[in-house]
Design a protein around this ligand. Structure first.
Ligand code: FAD
Ligand code: NAP
Ligand code: SF4
Length: 674
């Protein structure tokens, strides 16, 4: 019997059947608005259908121009649009049993759009345009536009629609008092505020008929002031069920909520309890969501009856064949989403196309293709960090004879360091995945082997990939060799003892990570749901409106100064969707962030800096240097002199602004074509 049998069980919806309990959650890819984007999406979704997803949900499509997130955003309002969408639905339906629904997303006051409309003219704290308050006719138009959009989706061949009623978007803005100040029949009482949601579902069902899936995404935990209470949410769920929804999906947190809901530092399946409580109240199937990224976790949720389906969005970017691999007992071959947001959400919010840090093929299915092998080559890959791992396994998969060397005793390179940072435990999964791929693709792995140029010259290799990573930078400064000075490797890798008061020099990604490592006690919120909820002030029982509670942060175990020279806000360069989480965590832990500092010297007293023209001494036990990195390329010149074909990838190529996204992509691209 398959160990994930509950997840693989079909879900009977009466008139149709989902092949598995996995729903691929909606994600805007950025391809919706690109030239050639529909063809690219067709292949992207088709591969997920082939991979065994039960129901695919498309990225959000606006029902009209005022509803889109940005001007020019994708809408479905006419037959021209139907023809574009048909390219996608036809491709998905080539796969027997595959189902695809289109998400109808009206962003309301979350639009970067001067045409934004909402229940009331209450500006969102994270968007520049105050919305226009709709009059009664305007509301009728919006409802009709939802219905027309659903009917057009049906015409385009979708098996259903998902009506986006959560995350603080248009429908949600009517439901909650904070954004609905109306006094007419669409505002005031809860009955009035939920009328819009009910009318949209009811009229969509009427127009689309019985044999059409309607998923309603219901905000079960708003995480904003004045949000809905649990009784209200249950009441809405019952009304939506009556109005004709086939399935209800869970929404957690408005976009403006100051609680992380999907980042890697959120514990796995952190919010499932909310869906499980709702299951006792409703009879339609319920979908749960947020930070579910492995078949083990997903299967346990279904087995325990906490939900009927599990929504996974980013995990389907990371591995198109997630479900198929689980079904074939190859769960250990799944490339796991590590929740970093670096190539998906961060790209969306910068107006780009999405892909995936651990899987650069995602959304590039028609562009990044492993070329058929013309000549089998003998390839040496030096360095088994992300760049070397991606390159070695891709080259071996294509049929090359690959030897992968690393001086360390394990594969993973800097990911072995990153995974020790509280909130980055998921990085282990990428190492686990690549280790399995090495085994599967037949890469010859030589650990504990520090390679010299002569070894490679004598080895008879046709090509050498240098993926030797970086060397931590040690700035020139008086006292830099003082015994109190360490670098981040001393702390994270060598586990040297660190005192109670610490100055961290350099506030890039690693400076932040080292600070996190040093402020937390024995338990970390990312691995302990109840600590996470306590530290971020979440009341999962929603006894208070919106589910917000008083945050109770564990005191820091050290006093930290996090210092940089730049004038910009400390942490300004961190990820678009995750930077605020790192900054808030450290603020909660009383870390003192100092910008515009000029380093003067280090001595027994501590770190001397000049700040706004005044000298200040940070009296600390240790100074930890996190001042960036330089490429490690000691082998390159000798190999080139010997006439060898050498390729630099990852940190060895360029250390500045290097991250694993670039390292894996560069390694994959090189090996896919060589
Ligand atoms: P590396 O990972 O440095 O690997 C190089 C490998 O080469 C090493 O294993 C080394 O042992 C081996 N090697 C070197 N010379 C030789 C030789 N002569 N012979 C044999 N082997 C050799 N990136 C992100 O994108 N997101 C993050 O959140 C993130 N967090 C991080 C947190 C920390 C604490 C750290 C330290 C890094 C983090 N990074 C993060 C950066 C990321 O880990 C690097 O960008 C990535 O590892 C670079 O990959 P690489 O393959 O180029 O080099
Ligand atoms: P980084 O982001 O480039 O930051 C280096 C820091 O050191 C900067 O704050 C810089 O700020 C300071 N610095 C640079 N040269 C210096 C010098 N000579 N003397 C003193 N200070 C100096 O590099 P990193 O933190 O080492 O991270 C390496 C890479 O790993 C990053 O590029 C990042 O992409 C990746 N990473 C990502 C994450 C993530 O969460 N996405 C986390 C960790 C690491 P000032 O010049 O202002 O002092
Ligand atoms: Fe997951 Fe990161 Fe890939 Fe996004 S980029 S899908 S968060 S692994």
């Amino acid at each position: 019997m398959n160990q994930y049998q509950h997840l693989l069980e079909p879900l009977d919806l009466g008139f149709t059947k989902a092949r598995s309990r996995v729903l691929m959650g909606s994600m805007h890819t950025g391809l919706e608005e690109r030239k050639g984007g529909w063809e690219r999406q067709a292949e992207y979704f088709k591969q997920r259908a082939e991979g065994g997803v039960g129901i695919i949900v498309s990225g959000g499509i606006g029902p009209n121009e005022e509803g889109v997130g940005v001007q020019g955003g994708a809408i479905l309002v006419d037959d021209e649009g139907v023809a574009k969408h048909k390219v996608v639905t036809d491709a998905v339906h080539e796969v027997e049993g595959a189902l695809i629904c289109m998400q109808i997303l009206h962003t309301g006051r979350y639009a970067y759009n001067s045409k934004a409309v909402s229940a009331s003219a209450v500006k969102s704290p994270i968007h520049p345009f105050p919305p226009k308050e709709l009059d009664a006719d305007g509301i009728e138009k919006q409802i009709q536009d939802f219905v027309t959009c659903a009917v057009l989706a049906q015409k385009a061949g979708y098996d259903g629609v998902e009506i986006m009623g959560s995350e603080g978007y248009f429908i949600n803005q009517f439901i909650v008092k904070h954004t609905n100040k109306r006094t007419d029949e669409w505002g005031g009482s809860y009955e009035n505020r939920i009328r819009l949601a009910i009318e949209i579902v009811r009229r969509t069902r009427e127009a689309a008929g019985e044999k059409f899936i309607i998923i309603y995404r219901l905000s079960m935990l708003d995480l904003v002031e004045d949000g809905s209470t649990w009784d209200e949410i249950v009441h809405l769920g019952k009304e939506i069920e009556k109005a004709g929804a086939t399935i209800i999906n869970t929404g957690i947190g408005w976009h403006e909520a100051r609680v992380p809901t999907i980042a890697t530092s959120v514990p796995r399946a952190a919010f499932v309890e909310v869906t499980a409580r709702m299951k006792k109240e409703l009879s339609v199937p319920l979908i749960t969501t947020n930070r579910i990224n492995t078949p083990e976790v997903a299967n346990a949720i279904i087995a325990e009856g906490q939900a009927d389906m599990v929504s996974m969005a980013r995990p389907m970017l990371a591995d198109a064949h997630f479900v198929k691999k689980a079904a074939e007992g190859r769960g250990d071959e799944i490339n796991t989403c590590i929740g970093c947001n670096q190539a998906c959400l961060d790209h969306v919010f910068s107006g780009g196309e999405i892909s995936c840090l651990v899987n650069p093929y995602a959304c590039n299915e028609t562009l990044l293709i492993n070329q058929p092998l013309e000549t089998k080559k003998k390839i040496a890959v030096v360095g088994a960090g992300p760049a070397g791992l991606a390159a070695a396994t891709t080259a071996a998969q294509r049929g090359h004879d690959v030897t992968l060397f690393d001086s360390a005793s394990e594969v993973g390179g800097q990911f072995n360091i990153a995974k020790q940072v509280p909130g980055k435990e998921e990085f282990f999964e990428t190492i686990r995945y690549f280790a399995k791929m090495i085994e599967k693709t037949g890469v010859s792995l030589k650990l504990n082997t520090r390679v010299a140029a002569q070894d490679l010259i004598k080895g008879g290799f046709d090509e050498v990939f240098l993926a030797t990573g970086i060397i931590p930078r040690m700035p020139e400064l008086e006292g830099i060799d003082h015994p109190m000075v360490m670098n981040y490797l001393d702390v994270l890798k060598e586990k040297k003892t660190v005192g109670k008061r610490v100055a961290v020099m350099g506030a890039g990604g690693i400076g932040f990570d080292v600070s996190e490592f040093l402020v937390h006690g024995k338990t970390t919120p990312s691995l302990d749901k109840s600590q996470f909820m306590k530290e971020w002030g979440v009341d999962l029982k929603v006894t208070s409106a919106g589910g917000l509670a008083q945050a109770e942060v564990e005191p820091p175990v050290r006093d930290i100064f996090l210092v940089q020279r730049k004038k910009s806000k400390v942490g300004a360069g961190l990820g678009k969707t995750t930077g605020w989480i790192h900054r808030t965590t450290l603020k909660h832990k009383n870390v003192q962030m100092i910008n515009k500092a000029q380093y003067l010297k280090i001595d027994d007293q501590g770190l001397h800096i000049e700040l706004d023209g005044e000298v200040r001494i940070l009296e600390v036990d240790n100074v930890i240097v996190c001042a960036g990195q330089d490429p490690q390329r000691e082998l390159q010149d000798a190999l080139i002199d010997a006439g060898m074909a050498v390729h630099l990838i990852g940190g060895a190529d360029k250390a500045a602004e290097l991250d694993a996204k670039r390292a894996i992509k560069q390694g994959t691209e090189l090996a896919s074509a060589i």
